[in-house]
Structures are given as structure tokens and as C-alpha cells.
Design a protein around this ligand. Structure first.
Ligand code: SAM
Ligand code: SF4
Length: 330
């Protein structure tokens, strides 16, 4: 069956390791935190990539694996695994803190194998460098992105450059200015999410967006989106997404009775646990080692959706999945 490129891809986000080289105070993988770091079983990744490619072959939908961490560019298996996924015809993306972009080898690997790369950039140097615990971060990202653009041109590949901004009190004031700067750097798509509180409850209360911040955000997004279009940059996250941010600042829950997220999206963690999002990883009790055939994969979305409807997870009473409210739509 041939893949319909107009249809949104089926996305599998895979957190392959929880090791990281930065110290972000809002993140569960901050290098200063002491816990036993894990990484995925590589043999299982190769096996799953092969099954996913078989599933794609029997569908019209493109399947895309999005590698996540920790810091996924530190994952030793990335060159071999991304080669296998590319050879199997799967799309690939990756979210990175950008610390490895100084390496020409890493840039070439990403440009050659990936449909898109998302860089995390939360502010100008005054905010981003200190927040991430990386001296010169903002300037190094600017240089890295500029090199990626030049090399993309010379390689004749089409890897899309994206940025993700975590919104919190200290960076909302310059959010629009930051988006314009990223557009001027040549970033083609910008996404944003609000600071979440689950991972670092000590950081959250003093930094989370307040209702007035969410109102301000809702007021600026439509105009900002139109301005960025003039520069060739898309600001993703439509009205339902922005409204949901407002609701969460008011601690208004979003209860989901029948979740359809698994029809478009699966999340896998370092242990191979698979679920419709990373908030319910343990609830479904499924591991990729249980998926032995392409038929198992083909049945999985329906299995996850019907299990959720019959036995919703505790987190479904206040769903925090950004997939639920279309973070990646306009
Ligand atoms: C966990 S990181 C892993 C990838 C990579 N190390 C990076 O920083 O881009 C994935 C994304 O989650 C964001 N993130 C981390 N902690 C967060 C939190 N508490 N709330 C919202 N976003 C968060 C990061 O900024 C990044 O864009
Ligand atoms: S760079 Fe990414 S994974 Fe590392 S601590 Fe920061 S947000 Fe977390």
C-alpha cells in the first residue's frame, strides 16, 4: 500500500534513555538528580522498528518514530537504530537540547536521517543559559541552527527545523520576541507547552503560568501566528490547545471518558512500556515484548482505547496529554 503524505502520520514517541547532560530545574532528567538511569534494550528497538515498518506497509499512513530522552543524541545506538528505521521507510524525528550540535558528525546524522528535529529553546540568553545550566547555550544554539541550515542546503535534504518553548512566568513576557528571533534564525515550526508540575513539584508553584498569564498568551497567539507566517514560520497550537492552558492555570480538570489518542499516537518508555501517553505508562500493563507480530501492533490502538474506556487511569480524570488538545495543530 502506498503512503498518503497528506494524512497526519501515526506517531510513536519513544523515550529511549533518561540520561542527560544538562541541569534543567523543571525536568525529571536533570543531571543533578540522583536516581538509577536506564536505557532501552537495543535488540527490542530493532525488533519493534521492523514490526512498525510492517504495520506501515499495510496502511496508507506514514509512521514516524520520535526519539526522546533524557537527551536522545547521547544514546549510543542512535546511528545504527536511525539507519535501520530509515532503511525500513519509517519517518523519524527527535527532540534535543542542542548540546551535541557542535559536532559535524551529529549534524550530518540528523540531517541525513530525520524528517524533523525539534530544539528546546526557552528564552534569550538571560533566561535559557541559566535555566538549562549551559554556559553560552543561546549563542551556541544560534550557531548550531545556522550550520544545520547551511549543511541541509549543501546535502540537498529536507529535514524540518523546529523549536519547542516551555512557557513559564519568567519567559512569557518575551515569548513573541523569542518566536520572531527563532523565525529569523530559520526555524520553520514553533511549538510551545506550559510548564508541567508532575516532574519537579518544588519548582512548579513559583514558576507555573497563572490565569492572567494564560489570558495574555491567548491574546497574543493569533496575531503572533499571522506575523510569523510572513516569515515562513508556523506557530502550532490552536484555540483548543491555548484554552486548555488557560483551564489548567485555573486548575480546571479535563476528564476523558473515551480517549482516542492511541489511534494516532503511542508513547514508549525506557523499559518498553507502551501506552497512549506518558501519564499512564503503568496503567495498561503492556510492554513491547508482548507485541510479537504485525497483527499485535495493528490491534494495539483499539486495545488501548477500549481498555481506557472500560478502566480509565486516575490521570484520565484530569488529562494532561498535549495530544488530547492538539498541540501540533494550528
Ligand atoms: C524531557 S525533554 C527531552 C529532550 C531533550 N533533552 C530536550 O531538552 O529537548 C523533552 C521536552 O520536554 C520539555 N520539558 C521538560 N520538563 C518539562 C516540564 N516540567 N514541563 C514542560 N515541558 C518540559 C523540554 O524542554 C523538552 O522540550
Ligand atoms: S536538557 Fe532536556 S532532558 Fe535534560 S534536563 Fe533539560 S529538559 Fe530534561
Amino acid at each position: 500500500m502506498s503512503v498518503n503524505l497528506k494524512q497526519n502520520p501515526f506517531v510513536v514517541v519513544w523515550r529511549v534513555l533518561d540520561h542527560c547532560n544538562l541541569a534543567c530545574p523543571f525536568c525529571a532528567y536533570d543531571k543533578r538528580l540522583r536516581f538509577a538511569r536506564r536505557q532501552v534494550d537495543e535488540a527490542e528497538v530493532f525488533r519493534f522498528v521492523d514490526l512498525l515498518a510492517q504495520k506501515q506497509a499495510g496502511s496508507e499512513r506514514r509512521h514516524l518514530i520520535s526519539w526522546l530522552g533524557g537527551e536522545p543524541t547521547l544514546w549510543k545506538a542512535l546511528p545504527q537504530v536511525s539507519a535501520a528505521a530509515q532503511k525500513a521507510g519509517l519517518g523519524q524525528s527527535l527532540t534535543t537540547n542542542g548540546t551535541t550540535l557542535g559536532s559535524a558528525k551529529v549534524r550530518q546524522l540528523l540531517l541525513d536521517r530525520f524528517d524533523e528535529i525539534t530544539l528546546s529553546i526557552d528564552g534569550f540568553e538571560d533566561v535559557h543559559d541559566g535555566l538549562r545550566g549551559w554556559r553560552g547555550a543561546f549563542e551556541k544554539l544560534r550557531v548550531g541552527i545556522s550550520k544545520l541550515r547551511e549543511e541541509r542546503e549543501s546535502m540537498g535534504v529536507s529535514c524540518r527545523l523546529r523549536a519547542n518553548i516551555v512557557l513559564m512566568r519568567r519567559n512569557l513576557g518575551r515569548f513573541a520576541e523569542l518566536c520572531h528571533t527563532l523565525a529569523d534564525w530559520g526555524i520553520e515550526e514553533i511549538t510551545f507547552n506550559q510548564l508541567g508540575g508532575r516532574d519537579r513539584p518544588e519548582f512548579f508553584p513559583m514558576n507555573r503560568l497563572r490565569p492572567a498569564d494564560a489570558t495574555r498568551l491567548a491574546g497574543l497567539v493569533p496575531g503572533l501566528r499571522s506575523e510569523l507566517v510572513q516569515k515562513g514560520t508556523t506557530l502550532l497550537g490552536g484555540d483548543p490547545y491555548v484554552r486548555r492552558i488557560g483551564d489548567t492555570t485555573l486548575d480546571r480538570p479535563l476528564a476523558i471518558g473515551r480517549c482516542g489518542v492511541a489511534q494516532d499516537f503511542w508513547f514508549i518508555d525506557e523499559e518498553g512500556t507502551i501506552a497512549p501517553c506518558n501519564f499512564v505508562e503503568d496503567h495498561f500493563g503492556l510492554n513491547i515484548r508482548d507485541l510479537r507480530s504485525v497483527q499485535d501492533l495493528e490491534a494495539l490502538s483499539d486495545t488501548l482505547c477500549s481498555r481506557q474506556a472500560r478502566f480509565p487511569a486516575a490521570s484520565c480524570a484530569n488529562c494532561m496529554s498535549t495530544q488530547q488538545v492538539a498541540k501540533f495543530a494550528v
